[in-house]
Design a protein around this ligand. Structure first.
Ligand code: ASP
Length: 308
């Protein structure tokens, strides 16, 4: 059994969250490959490290000094290292990245460094190998993922590592520059990794205990959906109920790997399982979930013999 785990930004926002993540990873020996996001918000009103990095990029572009902005990023990452008591010295890495930013290494390069550093820290903390996404996730010239090359190289690289941490969100262009997926793209990396190792399960760890049956802004205390099919997920998510980047579904779905949405802060909850089919004798709810959008209607027409 192999499980691939992806931890989102809030799950890796502080040393306290890292400790929860380590307990989850260590709880099952099959949890072998871990994809990390950049540190997210620790509290309401906090700033995600990815957004701090985009700010740094804007400062470079407008020829303003980045020292203050960069120091704030370094301080956030260093506080995680210090509070975890890790003997990990990223001083030279920080300097190298700062200098690359100043030398106009690009918007995507800047944004990607949150995942890069966080994965380095998590790998050191777990005692797992670190595999840089830039050596295993490949984009084509036109900016789309090079699916075949990525799948082959990732599978070959991971076969050499019993346990590893891989940064989410980015990969490399044919000319060697860094490119990111769209926002929230670490979900996609997790899915690609799960497919490459033919995982039995892709666990997507976030800060909610799964998908809710209804929008909590409209319905008080909606229940969590225990099991949902990929098809139902698509219906619910294009009405605005997103827990997962939409492009994260395709790689695992194609390989028939279920996704389990889990809550890092409540690992005892079983979350939502996203599967291809639900056996009809196992369905105990008539309705999986309800979503809506004002001024938006869906007309579904079904008819036998359409292909004729
Ligand atoms: N850190 C990136 C973002 O904030 C990617 C991710 O978290 O999945 O969008």
């Amino acid at each position: 059994m192999v499980k691939v785990l992806k931890f989102g930004g809030t799950s890796l926002a502080s040393a306290e969250q890292f400790a929860k993540v380590a307990a989850i990873v260590r709880a099952e020996p099959e949890r072998r490959y871990v994809v990390a996001s950049a540190p997210g918000k620790r509290f309401d009103g906090d700033t995600k490290v990815t957004d701090m990095l985009y700010d740094c990029y804007r400062l470079v572009k407008s020829n303003d000094p980045i020292d203050g902005a960069f120091d704030a990023i370094r301080a956030r990452l260093q506080s995680i290292i210090d509070e975890l008591g890790l003997a990990l010295d990223l001083t030279q890495d920080f300097e190298r990245v700062k200098s690359a930013l100043l030398h106009h290494s690009g918007r995507d390069y800047a944004a990607s460094r949150g995942e890069y550093f966080n994965a380095r820290i998590l790998a050191a903390y777990l005692g797992y190998d670190f595999i840089d996404a830039e050596s295993v996730i490949f984009f084509k010239e036109n900016g789309t993922l090079d699916v075949e090359k990525t799948d082959a190289e990732l599978a070959a690289a991971l076969a050499k590592h019993e346990r590893a941490v891989i940064p989410g969100f980015y990969g490399v262009m044919p000319n060697g520059t860094i490119k990111t997926f769209s926002r929230g793209g670490s979900d996609i990396t997790g899915s690609i990794v799960a497919r490459a190792v033919r995982a039995d399960l892709y666990e997507n760890w976030t800060d909610v205990s799964g998908m809710l049956m209804a929008d909590p802004r409209c319905v008080k205390n909606p229940r969590v959906i225990p099991t949902i099919t990929y098809r139902e997920l698509r219906e619910l998510s294009y009405m605005g109920a997103t827990v997962l980047h939409e492009d994260a579904v395709f790689p695992v779905r194609q390989a028939s790997i279920p996704i389990n949405i889990r809550n890092t802060n409540r690992p005892q909850d079983s979350g939502t399982m996203i599967v291809e089919h639900v056996a009809s004798n196992k369905v105990d709810t008539v309705i999986t979930g309800v979503a809506g959008k004002p001024g938006f209607s869906v007309i579904a027409i079904e008819k036998d013999g359409m292909n004729a």
